[in-house]
Design a binder for this molecule. Structure first.
Ligand code: G1P
Length: 284
């Protein structure tokens, strides 16, 4: 089995749910406690053994590239102020991976963004949607790589959702293998809850065979003129094995205000320096 060493991060979206903040700050740079959302996704990939990050960016996203670079000005200022210890911390992720940037010139959907990575990928790879923050003892991508190594197929992270939330997700039709691994027969992007094939939703972590690029090229744009990754994976599932994996961990939808708020409170409660402040504020 070829090892997974590359992760694709589609970071071209507008983040309209966080306007006006996202008018000038990329949504991937919104902070959860003291780190931007994208930091968590990249750190998860590094901890899973991935060392090449492919970021599919767009206009107004330069702050993302700056974040994973060294900042000469910041470093000299920190040295001048005797705070050298902060330099290593701020460069921690920059030094542990290679970052490759590809511009998605037109915002034509998640599938279109992933297809931009084709020129730099020839083997199975991971996809991370940075809105989805997953807190887990074992990084979710690592858990998924274990399933990939065991099954040899593509793997999508899944979780059970309430009926009221079904229309926000890609939903799978599948047969359970052992209660955590499901063989996928079909996927539908954001179905009407009444016609949904199940209540098992796709979460923003994928391990995909490089054959996905061929399926993406065969995928027609949806009603909103976007090429959906879910539709391409559905085509793939008709021809080769694709598994759904119920991961261990708690997922937060940090692309929404309630999800970001919940993640902020939970992460602060786990932080010795912040937990008392959170408890005091909640009990007000
Ligand atoms: C995307 C995918 C969807 C998936 C979701 C997970 O949707 O298209 O299939 O269930 O991420 O977060 P988005 O949230 O970008 O609309």
């Amino acid at each position: 089995m070829k090892p997974i060493t590359k992760a694709v991060f589609p970071v071209g979206g507008f983040g309209t749910r966080f306007l006006p903040a996202t008018k000038s700050v990329p949504k991937e740079m919104l902070t959860l406690i003291d780190k931007p959302l994208i930091h968590y996704g990249v750190e998860e990939a590094i901890k899973s053994g991935i060392d090449k990050m492919i970021l599919i960016t767009g206009r107004g996203k330069r702050a993302v590239a700056d974040y994973f670079d060294h900042s000469y000005e910041l470093e000299s200022l920190l040295r001048f102020k005797g705070k050298e210890n902060l330099i290593a911390d701020s460069n921690r992720l920059s030094d542990r991976a290679t970052y490759i940037y590809i511009r998605q010139k037109n915002p034509l959907g998640l599938g279109h963004a992933i297809l931009r990575a084709e020129p730099v990928i020839e083997e199975p790879f991971a996809v991370v949607l940075t809105d989805d923050i997953i807190d887990s003892a074992i990084p979710v991508l690592k858990q998924m790589m274990d399933v990939y190594n065991k099954t040899g197929g593509s793997v999508v992270a899944i979780m059970k959702v309430d009926k009221t939330d079904i229309s926000k997700y890609g939903i799978i039709e599948a047969e359970s293998q052992d209660g955590t691994i499901y063989k996928i027969k079909r996927l539908v992007e954001k179905p009407d809850p009444e016609n949904a094939p199940s209540d098992l939703a796709v979460v923003g972590r994928y391990i995909l065979s490089e054959s996905i690029f061929g399926y993406l090229k065969q995928t027609n744009p949806d009603k909103g003129d976007e090429i959906q990754l879910t539709d391409a994976i559905n085509l793939m599932a008709q021809n080769e094995p694709v598994y759904g994996f119920k991961f261990s961990g708690k997922r937060y939808d940090c692309g929404s205000k309630p999800g970001m708020l919940e993640a902020t409170i939970d992460f602060a409660l786990k932080d010795d320096a912040l937990k008392d402040t959170v408890k005091r504020c909640i009990n007000r």
